[in-house]
Design a protein. Sequence first.
Length: 97
Amino acid sequence: MVETTISKVTPNELVELINEGIKTQLQAFTARINSKVQTDERPHLTKRETAKFFDVSVNCITDWSKKGILSPHKVGQRVYFSKEECIRVMFKQSKTA
């Protein structure tokens, strides 16, 4: 059975409580992503893996490369993308951060 408690909370206090909850969840999510990246031995993704990471098509990754959103690293005929860069792009962090 779930117990419900009602207390008086000002709108500002409610906003702070919500912000703290969201902040906690984002920190946990970021920690899971970072640990996953650090435990994987490969620091790069193929074009197909990058598309799966972002849940988009391979053509979209090609377009992002042409627009400069992602920087491809070519090795012969193959194209790779840095995992760190993909995470930065996902969270819109600058390269200097």
